[in-house]
Design a protein around this ligand. Structure first.
Ligand SMILES: [Zn+2]
Ligand SMILES: [Zn+2]
Length: 256
């Protein structure tokens, strides 16, 4: 399983893109940095997009992807929870801001939206997908993606503390999770449903208690202005926990 980090941050600039991951070139997780990272032919190879929640930095490229596919007489399957469907249809793809790519147009809907139910595993091609609720300021799910060879990654999306129920249900080789701010913003993290290095540490200690191992961890959704602080704080924690915790960057690839 090859995981490409197309976007790894929570703000966009020439040097940073919003969170988007790509599994084996065909399965996208979140759509903050999809269209600006992929050529047209790579976009046409996408089989599905899994969205974690409705916040703009995670759904931004869905309208743009819709237009690119529409102009190529192509379509795509997008999976998420009902609140994401509502946000896309009410605010973005409503024929006012942009075309209704989720509705039947000539030749069928460009974006075929599928509602996922937390805890109910489903298949996309050879992959098993398990959506699990995470603790954010709006309804949100993380996804465990398991390949046909049995390799698993869990992508949490945006989340705050309180992942024990999630941990009980998964056994991934790799966790991709957010750390938005450094420890001095812990109060913000607790209020808004985000993680800091020390909040992540508590979650990882819970994971170890429940599962008796710790997977490698890759961090996304960093505030670029706090990245060096986050990195220093995380490296101390990785030393204490004895596992690998690395910050993702745009263009990074991992072979599981
Ligand atoms: Zn969010
Ligand atoms: Zn976000």
């Amino acid at each position: 399983m090859k995981i490409s980090f197309l976007g790894a941050h929570n703000t966009e600039s020439r040097n940073t893109k919003l969170v988007s991951l790509l599994v084996d070139g065909i399965l996208a997780l979140d759509a903050g940095g999809l269209t600006s990272s992929l050529s047209f032919s790579e976009q046409l190879k996408l089989r599905a997009v899994l969205l974690t929640h409705q916040h703009y930095d995670h759904i931004k490229d869905i309208p743009l992807l819709g237009m690119n596919l529409f102009l190529n007489n192509a379509g795509i399957d997008v999976y998420s929870i009902p609140s994401v469907y509502e946000s896309l249809t009410n605010y973005l793809l409503n024929d006012s801001l942009y075309p209704k790519f989720l509705e039947e147009m000539e030749g069928g809907a460009t974006i075929r939206f599928h509602i996922v139910k937390p805890y109910q595993e489903f298949k996309i091609g050879g992959y098993n997908i398990l959506p699990l609720p995470v603790a954010h300021s709006v309804s949100a799910v993380g996804y465990q993606v398991t390949s046909a060879e049995g390799k698993s990654v869990f992508y949490a999306g945006d989340t705050g503390v309180g992942l024990a129920d999630c941990w009980r249900r998964i056994s991934p080789r790799l966790i991709i999770i957010e750390v938005t701010s450094s420890n001095r913003y812990m109060q913000f993290g607790r209020q808004k449903g985000h993680l800091t290095p020390s909040l992540l540490k508590e979650e990882l200690l819970d994971f170890h208690k429940l599962k008796a191992y710790l997977p490698d961890v890759v961090i996304v959704h960093m505030n670029p202005g706090l990245e060096s602080e986050i990195e220093a704080e995380l490296s101390a924690i990785a030393g204490e926990l004895g596992n690998s915790i690395t910050l993702a960057y745009e263009g990074m690839e991992i072979e599981l």
